[in-house]
Unconditional design. Structure first.
Length: 206
């Protein structure tokens, strides 16, 4: 839309900001902004305050690197979880997807990305050292590589396998119930749950 399509500079500015969100085009952005304008003023203020509070107060767990309200997330602080089994995921979305299966009782490690030379992302750009420390300390018995079944995910899996294969820790990967090229967050819960339960040794999958 060009500037003359808007009756208000404030409206245009708000649409511009919403359109910066992933998957939101300008038509959808306009629809969302107009929806907010139709809400009670207090509701819109609450919406804005929630976003600002999220940005200012959100933390990353000092143990697994996922998004958290506290220094240590609720999963890592749960004594009922199996802290010797660590599931390695790309981001918090994948962690949530696995949690929703209710098939996994260990803890996690969030890399914060995957190796992607095309995007200029290498091993040094990922949160690997925190994981390495746990393995070197001997607190992990099993590392589950649960990254997306894409070329970048497989590259990252192999890098981690080579880095840690000489340590006394079992390295497994999720079963290929998740189709090649799929992102974990889009896999259905039953398929993803079975992939976690039926995981295999990584060395047998390469």
């Amino acid at each position: 839309m060009s500037i003359q399509n808007f009756s208000s500079k404030l409206l245009e500015s708000a649409v511009d900001e919403f359109a910066k969100l992933p998957g939101i085009g300008r038509k959808t952005a306009l629809r969302l902004v107009l929806h907010l304008l139709n809400q009670e003023k207090e509701e819109v203020i609450h919406f804005g305050e929630a976003i600002i509070k999220l940005r200012n107060e959100i933390k990353h767990c000092k143990s697994c690197n996922t998004i958290s309200d506290n220094d240590i997330c609720s999963i890592c602080s749960d004594k009922k979880r199996d802290h010797s089994t660590i599931c390695v995921v790309e981001n918090a979305r994948d962690l949530m997807a696995i949690e929703n299966t209710h098939q996994y009782t260990g803890i996690y490690h969030v890399l914060g990305g995957i190796i992607s030379p095309m995007d200029g992302i290498g091993p040094n750009d990922l949160n690997i050292e925190m994981l390495a420390k746990k393995i070197e300390e001997g607190s992990a018995n099993e590392i589950i590589l649960a990254l997306s079944t894409t070329m970048e995910g497989d590259t990252t899996n192999y890098y981690l396998y080579k880095k840690f294969r000489n340590y006394p820790v079992k390295i497994t990967t999720i079963a290929r119930g998740v189709s090649i090229g799929d992102d974990l967050e889009y896999a259905d819960e039953i398929t993803l749950g079975r992939s976690i339960v039926n995981r295999t040794l990584f060395e047998t999958s390469v």
